[in-house]
Design a protein around this ligand. Structure first.
Ligand SMILES: Cc1cc2nc3c(=O)[nH]c(=O)nc-3n(C[C@H](O)[C@H](O)[C@H](O)COP(=O)(O)OP(=O)(O)OC[C@H]3O[C@@H](n4cnc5c(N)ncnc54)[C@H](O)[C@@H]3O)c2cc1C
Length: 879
């Protein structure tokens, strides 16, 4: 049997193709092994890794005008995972940033041959994603809605149509499919070589057979790299080392955590069919069967994502020169069976080889991009979760923009390295998590699914108490948070299995928690929130916060200020609440996943002054949200202090005793607009305070509640949350928060100029609330997030979050409305009038529902409880 991969043979002879005559002086090549050209002593940027990702970064940096770039590759270009890539370029993605990256990659690869003269194997095959179940079809329809509004053609089709598009496919078990005709296949090696060629023509120096041992760091900044061929001084380092990125990150004196882990990844290659399969035959993605199948050299290439992956190199670095590991037919057998079920005609076809190559996976199935929070100038692009070719072009572009312009042209927060901390970098955690992640890539993901591995890593001291009372948990940044509480007597098993795009079976449970929050009092454990203290010996803390935040923080001691931490464009880097504890000390509360990002931002912008102290006190405080009209009674009883608004006004913070415990930071705010308090409790008092609240609260009808109730409450109150509704591209003026911006506070702040300009020009998108009208909660699919919004039949934006409002008995969606010029597609100003005059529809998996758009004063809802019939809202507080 012919056991060598054809691409293997091609690759060995292909290396010199990335050279171009004009740039040969910059490079070495080992085809004829001439003596290596010595490394430069310095460069602006050193990129580690000559796979599709590293070459894409080099290509895009050089396109953006940076020239002094050196790319170092320990082996040969494209000899890592890229070499064994199946070459499928697919835009079928749930996350819109991933969809955009894949779309861009596709377009880039299509023109690369023309640009460089190097054949990239680009063939527009189209892809067909199959659905064996109705739920899978819904999931595909949701993607189809998003693809269409991005202008990517796609079609939901019946099984019979699938059979017409593919000659070999068995359709007997299918309920439908999604066809994306623009999807393609490439030779990933050749794409990398073409990118390298274009980059080297633009001046990038490429050195193969050069291994980086570690990155040199001084005073928190990159200063150079140490290689087996000497040192290079540099300002920027880019870690594109694929599966080696984790180890390389740890090898610095100042380690950089890059949480990814390798797994073996398989596909088989067959000999050509009797009637060779056309090269443009659509790629089949049989998600429920866990396999993909593409045409390859007249035969097929088929791989997949097995249920029981094999993590690899947990204990250390991959030392392999060639990445093809052992064939493991026993392991591949379930995927092979699935393939033969889907294409029974292949039974007699001769198999050429089972390829097995390591690929890196990340804790949340998304790639890792951006600058290290600890080392300035250290950038990362790695952890591609078996989509490095689909994403490589787009991801390389965004990273290059980030380095050159200071930020990418799209919101890449879902991919930002700073969404992780060192806490996700334990080898055991990564090993366990990637074993879950790899199968999840093809698993059906219903709304609000949670990871099962790596759980109970960070917990509140109340975890066991709440668990015993029926808490069901979700995880954020490693922290366990209660979703809802299963009342005694409910069928726990059935609830755990609640997996649906329709009305979930926690509906009534959450409804009763919401009711209790509105009519009595509930406790929600919100300990996962990020908490920082900033203090100084003089005025330094106030000065720095005034510069970093848009609201005025020079408020009397005890006041709480809701404020945004903005970037130069006025976009939200963070949205938080800051309490002034005393003249020189502030307590900042931020979303859970801001722990690393906010810390890095503050550190980057704070002066290096020993009189100014920033401390992460997240772990020191348990946070309980006492929410509801009777919260005031419970707390008054426990503190012997009147807690009514006259004595304890809204947005006020005071340290007081609760029960026996002293020094509890009590704040009159709830994050949902309901009356109540946040209690920040030193952890050793947490159990005592909780027990006291529950005991005294009994007569007021107190009960536990979870984040799902909180979500419903905040969405019906039109409260935007950072990370869901707000991002680095949203300004306070676009989400109706001018009142949190003090342009005239007497000091400059980051983003002020941009906001002044925007105030003058008007906003081009506006945060809007939609109440679904002809939607039946029991019968119809639910909106969750990301649903397209149509105004007068035209696409104007997407929902950012949705919830069922138990007050309105309707679904409420929040999202941004834009106004595009129909001819030029230019974004025009969106006035309240534009919002109010439109007829709206929300597209849920292809079915449109009428919706009423609302813009209404935030503050009036914050202070008043409103009944359903009072929710007819008018006017708007800003332009
Ligand atoms: C079997 C298989 C099938 C796949 N199929 C697809 C597919 O169909 N579609 C798709 O989109 N994706 C697919 N992928 C995923 C895709 O191949 C990868 O995500 C992508 O190739 C990763 O590219 P990379 O540049 O990050 O990593 P790599 O290609 O591994 O490149 C990293 C490079 O860094 C170099 N390096 C590491 N450490 C150092 C050091 N210290 N000094 C110098 N150099 C160093 C390595 O030698 C290597 O060349 C597949 C992957 C596998 C394994």
């Amino acid at each position: 049997m012919f056991l060598r991969l054809l691409s293997d043979v091609r690759w060995r002879t292909a290396s010199p193709r990335w050279r171009s005559p004009s740039s040969s002086q910059h490079m070495t090549t080992s085809a004829a092994e001439p003596p290596p050209i010595s490394l430069p002593a310095q460069a602006q940027v050193v990129i580690c890794g000559g796979g599709i990702v590293g070459t894409s970064v080099a290509y895009h940096l050089s396109k953006l005008g940076w020239k002094d770039i050196v790319l170092l590759e320990q082996g040969r270009l494209a000899a890592g995972s890229t070499r064994f890539c199946a070459g499928i370029v697919s835009t079928v993605r749930h996350l819109s940033i991933e969809l955009k990256m894949a779309d861009y990659s596709n377009k880039l690869y299509q023109q690369l041959e023309q640009e460089t003269g190097i054949k990239t194997g680009y063939v527009k095959t189209g892809s067909i994603s199959l659905a064996q179940t109705q739920d899978r079809l819904i999931s595909l329809k949701r993607i189809a809605s998003r693809l269409s509004v991005m202008g990517i053609p796609c079609e939901i089709m019946a099984p019979k149509q699938v059979a017409q598009l593919h000659p070999l496919i068995n359709i007997h078990d299918l309920v439908g499919a999604m066809y994306v005709p623009e999807d393609a296949v490439v030779s990933s090696v050749d794409v990398s070589l073409a990118l390298a060629n274009a980059a080297s023509r633009n001046g990038v120096q490429i050195h193969e057979r050069t291994s980086i041992s570690h990155v040199m760091v001084q005073k928190g900044c990159v200063t150079g790299v140490e290689t087996d061929r000497g040192q290079i001084e540099c300002q920027y380092f880019v870690n594109c080392a694929g599966q080696w990125a984790y180890e390389l990150g740890l090898s610095n004196e100042e380690p950089v955590s890059i949480p990814l882990h390798g797994c073996e990844h398989f596909y088989l290659l067959t000999r050509p069919l009797k009637k060779p399969l056309e090269s443009n035959t659509p790629t089949i993605v049989d998600l429920d069967g866990r396999i993909y199948i593409r045409s390859w050299q007249g035969g097929i290439l088929s791989g997949g994502f097995e249920k029981n992956p094999k993590p690899i190199f947990t204990e250390g670095r991959n030392q392999l020169e060639i990445q093809n590991l052992h064939e493991d037919w026993d392991h591949f057998e379930p995927l092979l069976s699935s393939l033969l079920r889907r294409m029974p005609g292949l039974e007699a076809l001769e198999i050429m080889q089972l390829v097995n190559c390591p690929e890196s996976f990340t804790p949340d199935m998304r790639c890792i991009m951006g600058e290290s929070p600890t080392v300035q100038g250290y950038f990362v692009l790695a952890g591609m979760n078996s989509a490095g070719t689909s994403f490589g072009g787009g991801a390389g572009r965004y990273l290059a923009e980030w380095m050159v312009n200071g930020c990418p042209s799209e919101n890449v927060w879902p991919l930002d390295l700073k969404r992780f901390g060192a806490l996700q970098s334990s080898r055991t955690f990564l090993r366990h998590r990637v074993m879950e992640v790899m199968p999840l890539i093809y698993d059906l993901k219903v709304p609000r699914w949670d990871f099962q591995t790596g759980r109970q890593l960070r917990t509140s001291p109340l975890y066991d108490r709440l668990d015993a009372q029926g808490a069901r948990w979700m995880e954020k940044h490693g922290f366990e948070r209660p979703k809802y509480f299963v009342p005694p007597g409910k069928d726990l098993l059935a609830l755990d299995q609640s997996k649906t795009f329709y009305k979930p079976d926690w509906f009534d449970i959450v409804g009763s928690e919401v009711k209790c929050c509105k009519e009595a009092v509930c406790v929600i454990d919100m300990s996962s929130f990020t908490k920082f203290e900033i203090s100084s010996t003089g005025e330094q803390a106030l000065e720095v916060l005034q510069y970093l935040f848009s609201n005025d923080l020079d408020v009397p001691v005890g006041h709480i200020v809701h404020t945004g931490m903005l970037n130069e464009e006025g976009g939200y880097e963070n949205d938080c609440s800051i309490a002034r504890l005393n003249k020189r000390s502030f307590f900042m509360i931020s979303p859970t996943d801001q722990q690393v990002h906010c810390w890095a931002w503050l550190k980057k912008h704070m002066p290096n002054d020993s009189n100014l102290l920033l401390e992460d006190v997240t772990w020191k405080y348990t946070a309980l949200n006492l929410i509801g009209p009777r919260a005031v009674d419970v707390l008054s009883e426990l503190s012997y202090v009147p807690m009514t608004p006259e004595h304890f006004p809204s947005l006020f913070c005071k340290e007081m005793s609760v029960g026996y415990a002293n020094g509890i930071r009590v704040m009159s705010m709830t994050h949902t607009g309901e009356p109540g308090f946040m209690l920040y409790i030193p952890i050793e008092y947490a159990l005592h305070v909780y027990n006291e609240l529950m005991s005294v609260g009994q007569k007021y009808g107190i009960r536990n509640a979870g984040y799902y109730a909180l979500r419903s409450l905040r969405i019906e109150k039109f409260f935007a949350f950072w990370g869901q509704d707000l991002d680095t591209f949203t300004t306070p003026l676009e989400c109706g928060r001018e009142f949190r911006v003090k342009l005239d506070k007497g000091t400059d702040f980051i983003g002020r100029d941009a906001l002044m300009q925007q105030k003058q020009d008007g906003v081009c998108k506006r945060f809007t609330m939609f109440i679904l009208e002809d939607h039946d909660t029991d019968l119809h699919l639910w909106p969750w997030w990301g649903e397209p919004i149509y105004r007068n039949g035209h696409y104007v934006g997407k929902t950012t979050s949705s919830a069922y409002s138990y007050t309105l008995d309707r679904h409420v969606c929040l999202g941004f409305v834009q106004n595009f010029d129909e001819e030029t597609r230019e974004a025009l100003v969106v006035t309240p009038d534009f919002i109010n005059r439109g007829e709206y529809e929300i597209d849920i998996a292809g079915q449109r529902f009428q919706a009423k758009a609302k813009l209404y004063p935030f503050s009036s809802l914050f202070t008043q409880r409103r009944r359903k019939d009072e929710m007819e809202l008018s006017g708007y507080h800003g332009k």
